[in-house]
Design a protein around this ligand. Structure first.
Ligand code: FE
Ligand code: FE
Ligand code: ZN
Length: 293
């Protein structure tokens, strides 16, 4: 079965129920959200009634709550020693919120070492994650380290770096990977030969550790290290390669999440992109259709 969704909002008055309804309006059977603005630390307390309503609506719609993903805020940078205590405590609270929402997976950008060097950066991430995981040891939330494009001093643009972080984590069941097709392509991996990529992934990390796939096209060439997402089929990866990844038999049970840009910053593309993915046929007029919605 194809589990496909997109990044959706999370509003203080509607919370998980509102996120779910937005996903349903795009024809999705899973989704991903930030529990607040990704660039700040303001967070609403979780309203359990809304959470319960969301869970009963998911049940009614045949959705599997274990496929729903939270994205950790990207202001958290465990590499940065000046902000280390803040990052650890905010991330601990975030895992607690994810647990309270009944969600099982949280995607995290490993961090940027900002001049400390990759080895020191990786060690700080390992130390921080071990504390966060220990702080939340009664929760079953799995932290999925996202593969990064390698913009600036980002850690995690090589599978070996992700593997090194994972190896340092004491509680292995609490850590996995989120692969992002735009980031992988920008980092230098060839998405047109995904079987070879998966083979490499399997030998370095292990396919069973993948908990989420971010499906995005890329505005830039392979190895560009830019991290600019493009709508499905309109970038340098292309529709056929993305479709092969989405329908890959070895990733069948893994949720696929679109983080493609709104058209002209105004029109959400997800209903149309998902429809096109389900039809498995590229529509070169899709952007025009999205604008006419
Ligand atoms: Fe991300
Ligand atoms: Fe992503
Ligand atoms: Zn990105």
């Amino acid at each position: 079965m194809l589990w496909i969704g997109s990044h959706v909002g999370f509003q203080k008055n509607t919370q998980l129920l509102g996120s779910l309804k937005e996903a349903l309006s795009y024809g999705e059977n899973t989704f991903m959200f930030y529990t607040g603005a990704p660039q700040n630390t303001l967070r609403q307390s979780i309203n359990d009634t809304l959470t319960e309503e969301a869970f009963s609506l998911m049940k009614e719609k045949g959705m599997d709550p274990s496929k729903v993903i939270v994205h950790a805020p990207y202001i958290v940078n465990l590499c940065n020693e000046n902000n280390f205590d803040f990052s650890v405590s905010f991330l601990t609270q975030e895992v607690e919120r994810v647990g309270k929402l009944g969600i099982s997976y949280m995607v995290l950008h490993p961090g940027s070492h900002v001049g400390l060097g990759i080895e020191k950066g990786i060690q700080n991430i390992i130390d921080g994650l071990n504390i966060v995981i220990q702080n939340t040891k009664d929760l079953n939330v799995v932290i999925l380290l996202e593969t990064m494009a390698g913009k600036g001093s980002e850690v995690g643009s090589k599978l070996e770096e992700i593997k090194q972080i994972m190896d340092g984590i004491h509680d292995q069941k609490r850590v996995g990977v989120c692969i992002d097709t735009c980031h992988l392509h920008d980092a230098g991996y060839d998405m047109s030969d995904f079987d070879s990529f998966l083979e490499e992934f399997d030998s370095v990390i292990g396919i069973s550790r993948i908990g989420c796939v971010h499906v995005n096209d890329s505005k830039n060439d392979q190895s560009s290290h830019k991290d600019r997402h493009e709508n499905i089929g309109f970038g340098k990866i292309g529709f056929d390669s993305l479709c092969k990844i989405i329908y890959h038999e070895k990733l069948e049970e893994i949720p696929k999440i679109l983080e493609t840009p709104y058209v002209e910053k105004e029109y959400p593309p997800y209903f149309y992109e998902i429809q096109m993915i389900r039809e498995k046929k590229f529509d070169e007029n899709l952007i025009e259709k999205i604008k006419m919605q």
